[in-house]
Design a protein around this ligand. Structure first.
Ligand SMILES: [Cu+2]
Length: 151
């Protein structure tokens, strides 16, 4: 049984290898983004834990991207913050791109943004989140890897 199974595995493996080899130029020309924007990234910003997630995924230039930021302190949601975001391209000044997020409850803040298409084809961006609570401002920066443009 074990032998049959391993033979079957080998056959399936060969089929897969052949299949993958056949589409290799397409499958490997576009590597998956290094930064998973479908998973919430969480970082500390002063006393707060700030997480960021984008939808849809992967993030692409020139379309509306919903940004959801969650702010908590000691596992309790921070609901009274004023949260905004600033999008910057790594290595190039693409002009100011600020996003105001609105509170949607439970320490979550949401806004829509658009990453411009870079003439150089650069896909590496950063999102800097500003959390203002009272007069205290904290900022934290997350990497954002855009997926290549579909044409
Ligand atoms: Cu650029």
């Amino acid at each position: 049984m074990a032998k049959t199974h391993s033979l079957l595995s080998a056959a399936v493996g060969l089929l897969l290898a052949t299949g993958i080899a056949g589409i290799a130029p397409v499958a490997f020309a576009v590597p998956p983004p290094a930064v998973r924007t479908d998973l919430a990234q969480t970082k500390a910003a002063g006393p707060y834990a700030v997480s960021l997630v984008f939808a849809p995924n992967p993030v692409r230039a020139m379309r509306d991207q919903l940004m959801t930021v969650t702010v908590s302190q000691g596992n309790r949601p921070v609901t009274q913050a004023v949260v905004s975001a600033s999008l910057t391209m790594v290595g190039m000044d693409m002009g100011p791109n600020r996003v105001a997020l609105r509170a949607i409850g439970k320490g979550r803040y949401q806004g829509s943004c658009v990453f411009p298409a870079c003439p150089s084809g650069g896909l590496e961006w950063r999102t800097t989140i500003t959390v203002l609570v009272g007069r205290t401002k904290q900022t934290v920066t997350f990497p954002v890897q855009l997926a290549p443009q579909v044409r």
